[in-house]
Design a protein around this ligand. Sequence first.
Ligand code: GLA
Ligand code: ZN
Length: 671
Amino acid sequence: MKWPDHICFGGDYSPEQWDEATFEEDMRLFKLAHVNLLTLPVFAWAKLEPEEGVYDFAWLDRFIDRIWQNGIQVCLATSTCSQPAWLSRRYPEVLPVDIEGRKRTHGMRAFFCVNSPKYRERAAALAHEFGKRYAHHPALAFWHVSNEYGTKCYCETCQKKFRRWLEKRYGSIEELNARWNTAFWGRTVYDFDEIMLPTACNDDYRFQPAIELDYQRFVTDTTRECFLNEAEVLRSYNPEIPVFTNISGFIKNLDQFAMTQVQDAAAWDNYPAPGEAPHIAALKHDVMRGLKGGRSFILAEQSPNQQNWQPYNKLKRPGEVRRLTYQALAHGADTALFFQMRQSAAGQEKFHGALISHAGHENTRVFREMAQLGGELERLGGCFLGSRVGARTALLMDWENWWALENSSGPSRDMDYLDMLARYYEALWSGNVAVDVVNPREDTDYSRYSLVVAPMLYMTRPGVAETLCGYVRQGGTLVTTTMSGLVDENDRCVFGEYPGKLREMLGIWVEETDALRPEEHNGMRMLKGGLPEGAYACDFLCDLIHLRGAEAAAEYTDDFYKGMPVVTRNTYGQGTAWYIGTRPSGKFLFDFFSMLGSSLGIGCEVCADPGVEVTFREGEGKTLFLINHNGEEASAAIPEKGYVDLLSGKAVEGKCTIGPGEVLVLGKTKR
Ligand code: GLA
Ligand code: ZN
């Protein structure tokens, strides 16, 4: 597989929207900005195939050749995200039906049914045209299939296909009835053809968590097929070119661990909301790196400036794009791609930021900042590409768990899996503990981790709990929380005391769970476990825990369960299993992980001021990224000798300072 040997810098460009003179001017500007890759044509199906089976690629041939003559590579997009009007008109089956049962009409992009045979036929035919023409073009770096998949469709085709999908999964209707526990509310089905998609018409998406869960799996499975429908065509022309589709941030609709299994790289679009705390983007990057087991990923899009679709589209502050870009690289990105290179003349995104704004020239703040960044990335070359982040802490994340947890009615309407993950992540991140995001499966190997953190691991699929118990028995440390170990892969509750298969390892049992209103809270008084004395606040959910071998590390301070354990610690085999039966304050999590971090030796070797993000990427050499998120100067102590500032070439040793909002990238060759 060909992987670029330099940081790809550039992004989405739509030559189909511009005349030749503008295009030539853009080539000049791209050179000034050090752009070395263009993603195109993401939405040009209508121009490429103006009539069924009639193709016009001559214009694209010309553009790609000119781009390459200018020394710029291309990430070729198959353009299948917005089908041409003739396709929707001649074959209405390609149009999706929404959850309310409304048949959508032609218009919006991503308005197609991933299961439509006609859509798939025409998309594959288009991919063949791309493959034939460009698979061996010297400019080609990546294939980009469609754009930000994620549509849920409820059409007749999907309905029928879902029934066959269930038949294959469960074998018999009796098995399905048992797995879905249809005896509840008299929902027994006698034939697969009686199964309806969970729509707003039957409210099954709210009242039948088991059917909704399987539908969500089905959407992922069939979207994956839809991706492969094109990807396999492209691969048949040249297996050396990486194929991906770009993930829209943290999209819940698709299990990205499953999606990226069939992609050559994970690729994602980073659009932080203005003012969003920096650990959120860090977590998302770590998720993306985790999707392919720690391999570097593609940062497929971010905005060079404001967006247009936030309620208030604040400008990116001076230095912000640079900081965000280095943060992505620090967490495992090998590219720095942007949406978009030139601001469109009209349409929904006319006010979305771009490298080249409507002003049309290089004399803008954004252009200058981007050009400076492009120059820096060029200087960095490929020194850390393909390298790994050597984390010894794993944070478990699972899409099926996310769906099941939030489909569930009760105990609280405020169930928010990502928010909980982000709280745990923030505590680790602010101590600069490197984290790998890991998908818990039966065969997950946790042996390289000193610490595994599993917030709200509600669903334990077959083998998952056993593997975690094995990890602890052999000396690992696990931290898990309220809402863990409660259901199986069909959302059926465990019998014989919560938290099910995790109970023995944790040395506790949970009798009840109290849900607090948003304005309510309880307190946690520390007992043992090395935590500072005193109390911390907690809220959201409070488990009523009984000890069965574990010791209480903290107890509740209020309510009728005052004095009952809230945090427990159990020695299990050679290892330790912690249980946090509530949602503790950020302060508690920070102190808790500082304590664990020092006892497990997983802390960061660089001691830095608060607000300085420190990460390493390790390959043939070692690269150290220091990102100062503060509005004032900060410092860090580099314990190891031999580092060089990769941008200035100067040696760096001992204490170094980082300007407000600035970044340091240090490199060292390994001995
Ligand atoms: C998404 C899409 C792009 C563009 C940007 C705008 O990420 O993939 O085509 O619409 O949003 O922010
Ligand atoms: Zn459909």
